[in-house]
Design a protein around this ligand. Structure first.
Ligand SMILES: N[C@@H](CCC(=O)N[C@@H](CS)C(=O)NCC(=O)O)C(=O)O
Length: 210
């Protein structure tokens, strides 16, 4: 049994989406960020960083969105959302999942929490740097997809693609969004037409970026 601590549209979104995609029974616990519920002592005992997602698996907490979706995909190999460990495709799967988590996701944290890196006085500069960084990494991924798409692993859909689409969604308020890159847009549209996307939006009460 799975229990997901989430906030609508946050980094928990990809975990929620994969739980739906894999048709895994799960319970949802929404944390109210306005009330700072993610910083409560009870929640910090599960996730000391005070962020979502946390997934309880048989009552034990697991953190980090990219790690969780990789684990879920590996635990349900029949769905084919992660290549077999040891295979050549798996090599590139690791490359993409780590790239998304290590290189693409951090500037989004700066974009959405712009006071964190250098305080209130530097918000404008931090946001400008974050959006330039996102544009640059999105441009590189778009070039990759142009030659080797439609998914990050070519014809093989994987949880890395779901993660990428979540990150693209976070760019919706930027001057140049993920959808302005043609091959990223093509990938996003392939995933946004999946029934799981509609179910995810209904469950989280999301309206924008459909
Ligand atoms: N590396 C973490 C990052 C999680 C993260 O930054 N989550 C944000 C929402 S997108 C959060 O919980 N923010 C609330 C806060 O920082 O107080 C992961 O991928 O799971």
């Amino acid at each position: 049994m799975y229990t997901l601590y989430y906030s609508p549209g946050a980094a928990s979104l990809v975990v929620h989406w994969i739980l739906i995609e894999l048709d895994l029974p799960h319970e949802l616990i929404q944390l109210d960020f306005d009330k700072k519920e993610q910083k409560s002592p009870e929640y910090l005992a599960l996730n000391p960083n005070g962020v979502v997602p946390t997934l309880l698996i048989d009552g034990k907490p697991m953190c980090e969105a990219a790690a969780i979706v990789t684990y879920l995909a590996d635990s349900h190999p029949d769905a084919g959302l992660s290549p077999s460990p040891g295979s050549e495709t798996r090599r590139y799967f690791y490359q993409w999942v780590f790239h998304l988590a290590n290189t693409v996701q951090p500037p989004f944290r700066s974009w959405w929490y712009p006071d964190e890196p250098a305080g209130e006085a530097n918000i404008k500069m931090v946001k400008e740097h974050a959006r330039l960084r996102v544009e640059s990494v999105f441009a590189n991924i778009d070039t990759h997809l142009e030659g080797k798409g439609p998914y990050l692993l070519g014809e093989q859909l994987s949880v890395a693609d779901f993660m990428l689409v979540m990150l693209m969604r976070w760019s919706r308020g930027m001057p140049k969004t993920g959808l302005d890159f043609p091959h990223l847009a093509k990938l996003a549209n392939l995933l946004r037409t999946r029934p799981s996307f509609k179910a995810l939006y209904a469950a989280e009460g999301l309206m924008e970026w459909v």
